[in-house]
Ligand binder design. Structure first.
Ligand SMILES: N[C@H](CCC[C@H](N)C(=O)O)C(=O)O
Length: 269
């Protein structure tokens, strides 16, 4: 069976998008996702995005990490899907309902209300999540947030100096995080700007992470290090994060369609 796909990215965080809203596809499981995501033997992506019909929203967006694991949220992919859909939409995700609004060359996404309770992150046991009394080598006293998916955020003098390829997986898989965690290292540059690098759960170092930008911004705001409107500068480019008085996070930034193609399903299933 020949299956069409759309290759997209948000600031270099790249996706294979399978659109099954009008015509069903064979079931996508971890093995299929991992095979398609493989950059040597597959098509290659950080996340595989599957669009399906929804009973409770305009459509459903399912997210599979590079390692095949299905997860609840993906900020950059939400903007890519908004570009594809080319109209405002309410989308069902594993992390709840989100609202997409295409904006010139990208999109604005209502990412909902972040949660900060230790059991919401989740953590394995009770702990203050604004300044956690834990550390791994040079990474200490992070904050945590669930923005549809779990994030831990370390504030560092220079986030570019962190050996994230070694410390990232150490934190990602620590037993403190029963569902693993996305690992963010941030440097505050001013009251309106922070620099961010992310080791993503199930995907590793990516050029950008939309939910990471949301998590780093709200933790920095809770710590009164920045105002409620923050530019987050990631290796792949910038996102605008606004945390409204209503508690909802709005993320705005670019999205790009790279190319379209098709593959033989049986080669990957
Ligand atoms: N690795 C993330 C999913 C993708 C998030 C990132 N690509 C984004 O743009 O938010 C997780 O396991 O929760």
């Amino acid at each position: 069976m020949r299956v069409p796909f759309i290759k997209m990215h948000g600031l270099g965080n790249d996706f294979i998008v399978l659109d099954a809203r009008d015509a069903p596809l064979p079931p996508v499981d971890a093995d299929v996702a991992r095979a398609l995501a493989d950059r040597h033997t597959g098509i290659g992506c950080d996340q595989l995005i599957l669009l399906q019909p929804s009973e409770q929203a305009d459509f459903r967006m399912r997210i599979f990490n590079h390692d095949g694991g299905e997860v609840e949220a993906c900020g950059n992919a939400s903007r890519a899907v908004a570009l594809l859909h080319a109209a405002p939409a309410r989308v069902e995700t594993g992390g709840g309902l989100i609202d997409l609004r295409p904006a010139d060359g990208g999109a604005s996404v209502d990412m909902g209300v972040p949660r900060f309770g230790w059991e919401d992150i989740p953590l394995a046991y009770p702990m203050d999540t604004l300044t956690m009394p834990v550390g791994w080598d040079m990474l200490e006293e992070p904050g945590a947030a669930n923005v549809g998916n779990p994030h831990v955020v370390f504030f560092i003098e220079d986030c570019d100096a962190v050996p994230l390829e070694t410390l990232g997986p150490l934190v990602e898989t620590d037993a403190l995080f029963p569902q693993a965690v996305n690992v963010n290292v941030a440097t505050i540059e001013s009251r309106t700007r922070l620099r961010l690098r992310v080791w993503e759960r199930g995907a590793g170092l990516t050029r950008a992470c939309g939910t990471g930008a949301c998590a780093a911004a709200v933790v920095a705001i809770r710590r009164k290090r920045v105002g409620r409107s923050v530019t987050v500068a990631l290796p792949g480019g910038e996102l605008q994060i606004d945390w409204g008085e209503d508690g909802r996070i709005t993320m705005t930034g670019p999205a790009t369609e790279s190319f379209r193609g098709e593959f033989e399903w049986d080669d990957f299933a």
